[in-house]
Write a protein that binds this ligand. Structure first.
Ligand code: GLN
Length: 629
């Protein structure tokens, strides 16, 4: 087993997670089996009890583990299935050691940070690194370990010490350390400054870890002279310095790394035996995807009606799932974050400007998503958004709490169940249309939810989602909820047109709703966003995007195909075009072929090629700073 430890210097939030996932992506493209571990040095046992305002969304794994959102990056980049133990926290390590102490495993010895905590960390890492994370069940060969926070944080010290020891335990050729640092370029001179990097490398060395790679993050590209300066001052060879500036999309990060010789570096340093040079079609999927993202021009606007809209990371997987679907469908995504409470009648009186602006945003969007959430605040606003989508035929996707809001709205306004509500917010509601699950224990918040991967069985053959999921009879998706639709109301809701087209395996839990006669009014009790991948978007999200662009019916009529030359063709290996060898004209011609069908029906019959070229040339080649993965 080979280990790559990724540490951070200067400040957090420089994209350490993306850098670490990109290492994995590149190695995976070299046919190496990669796994990853994320270390969060906080005391919490897991991310389950976090408010999304603290660290962004809580990411849920197949096994029900509630973990840091960075694990989502790894699953999406590497297309693997991680386990709850792939996220280590200080709390988990201490709990493990304290349990051992209580059992008497330490034979009366004083239990200390060194060696007991540091040993436990090393053993945990070795054990988890060897667990298979892909469907083929093969043992990983490389484990990428991301240490959260920055070097020098008090909480991170036991982990740094553990890895200082670990490098000797697993031997030099099996361990390397990559340090991700910031190179600021102050606006006054625009000159890149290397001093913060020098100090953080010094600090890392002082703790006994020498960086094998220094990854410099900067706003703009950094010249060779700066690379040399870092190499001189930080005591590493020039080929050990990699520079990653801000890029049009994060799909370009692995490509930029590869162009700086990272494959050769890892191959040599970790003795990976990757045959050199890399195969001809090396990383073609990523090249195609990056190209595709940069050439999108037509826009689709989705309103996200949520409660934690001030921190976009709170909806990281939802926004990424929307991006995957939009890119797949050939559209540039614009997300409008709407604070649900501003849509409520009360805001009209207290903050009329905000109220009207929020409604204007909602009305101007092409589609609406109401994501998951907890608690009272904003619930009425979400219900209002559902009502508006239902009445105006606006494409709508509800997720978890979004499904519950849609059912409450329908109960109140169509079945005339006055004050119908969820017992989560109004325990004594006269019409408990959403209730807590029997196994739920109200006194304890941690670990009382229905979590992880469960089956949903389709009950109706004419369901839109069933078609989008490829006509399978049952699907598996990840869950995270405590409340569910009250089965008592289901017959009346169905009779009025709200169809429960998916149930759990025991047919007691309602999983999917679809509204009859509406172009796309769909909600799911599970969280499809966690299983969305850049090259295979999640079906409910794809449905929302296609419906929002007015292309859902033609997509369904074609048997769920965008065009014969959709992305899946790239995977089949039929085309064998080396991007480096072809000129810009040829590249445009290739794109033209690929996208002509995507613009089907939007170009005049006479001069489709010229118009299409206009579309390509007009595109500004950027997707802003928004992350796609
Ligand atoms: N609060 C709701 C429940 O517990 C919805 C949860 C969610 O959206 N993840 O059922």
């Amino acid at each position: 087993m080979k280990y790559i430890l990724v540490t951070g210097g200067v400040i957090s939030g420089v994209g350490k997670g993306v850098i670490a996932s990109s290492f994995g992506t590149i190695l995976k493209c070299c046919n190496i089996h990669v796994t990853s571990i994320k270390i969060d040095p906080y005391i919490n046992i897991d991310a389950g009890t976090f408010s999304p305002y603290e660290h962004g969304e809580v990411y849920v794994l197949d096994d029900g583990g509630e973990v840091d959102l960075d694990l989502g990056n790894y699953e999406r980049f590497l297309d693997v299935t991680l386990h709850r133990d792939n996220n280590i926290t200080t709390g988990k390590i201490y709990q493990h050691v304290i349990n051992k102490e209580r059992r008497g495993d330490y034979l009366g010895k004083t239990v200390q940070v060194v060696p007991h905590i540091t040993d436990a960390i090393q053993e945990w890492v070795e054990r988890v690194a060897n667990q298979p994370v892909s469907q083929d069940g093969l043992k990983p060969q490389v484990c990428i370990i991301e240490l959260g926070g920055t070097i020098g944080d008090i909480e991170g010290m036991p982990f740094v010490e553990a890895f200082r020891q670990f490098q000797f335990r697993v031997k030099k050729e099996n361990f390397c350390c990559a340090h991700v640092s910031l190179v600021p370029q102050p606006r006054s001179t625009g000159e890149p400054k290397t001093k913060p990097t020098q100090s953080s490398v010094r600090e890392l060395r002082g703790l006994g870890l020498s960086p094998d790679l220094i990854v410099c993050r900067s706003e703009n590209p950094i010249g060779q002279s700066v690379k040399e300066k870092i190499s001189n001052f930080c005591h590493v060879a020039p080929d050990q310095v990699i520079c990653i500036h801000d890029l049009s999309s994060i799909y370009r990060v692995p490509l930029l790394m590869e162009s700086q010789g990272i494959v050769e570096f890892f191959n040599d340093r970790l003795q990976l035996n990757i045959p050199m040079p890399p195969p001809r079609r090396f990383m073609h999927k990523w090249k195609d995807l990056a190209e595709r993202v940069d050439t999108l021009r037509k826009e689709v606007t989705i309103a996200l009606v949520g409660k934690y809209t001030k921190l976009e990371d709170s909806y990281a997987s939802v926004t990424k799932a929307l991006q995957h679907a939009a890119v797949y469908a050939g559209y540039k995504l614009k997300i409008k974050y709407i604070e649900a409470a501003t849509l409520e009648e009360e805001t009209k009186l207290t903050e009329p400007v905000q109220y009207h602006e929020a409604w204007q945003q909602l009305c101007k969007s092409d589609g609406v998503i109401v994501p998951g959430g907890f608690g009272k605040r904003g619930m009425e606003g979400k219900i209002k958004a559902c009502e508006w989508c239902r009445k105006t035929s606006k494409p709508f996707l509800g997720i978890c709490l979004g499904l519950q809001a849609a059912v409450i709205e329908f109960g109140r306004n169509i079945l005339q169940l006055q004050d119908a509500n969820t017992t989560e917010n109004v325990p004594d509601t006269p019409h408990p249309i959403v209730i807590d699950m029997p196994e739920h224990n109200p006194d304890q918040k941690g670990g009382t939810m229905r979590l992880g991967k469960r089956f949903t069985v389709f009950t109706q053959s004419n369901s839109i989602l069933k078609s989008l999921y490829g006509k399978q009879d049952r699907i598996e998706e990840r869950h995270r909820h405590r409340y569910e639709v009250n089965p008592k109301y289901v017959p009346d809701l169905e009779a009025a047109g709200l169809k429960f087209v998916g149930h759990d395996e025991d047919k007691v839990r309602m999983e999917i709703i679809e509204l009859e006669g509406h172009p796309y009014y769909v909600a799911v009790q599970y969280h499809p966003e966690y299983l969305s991948r850049p090259l295979s978007p999640s079906p409910p999200f794809l449905g929302l995007i296609l419906a929002s662009c007015g292309r859902l019916s033609s997509y369904l009529a074609r048997g769920c195909r965008l065009s014969p030359k959709s992305l899946s063709d790239h995977d089949s290996g039929e085309e064998d075009i080396n991007q480096k060898e072809i000129s810009l004209v040829e590249r445009q011609a290739k794109l033209l072929n690929e996208y002509a069908e995507l613009f089907d029906g939007q170009l005049d019959e006479d001069e489709p090629i010229i118009q299409f070229q206009e579309k390509l040339n007009l595109c500004d080649g950027s997707v802003g700073s928004s992350e796609v993965l």
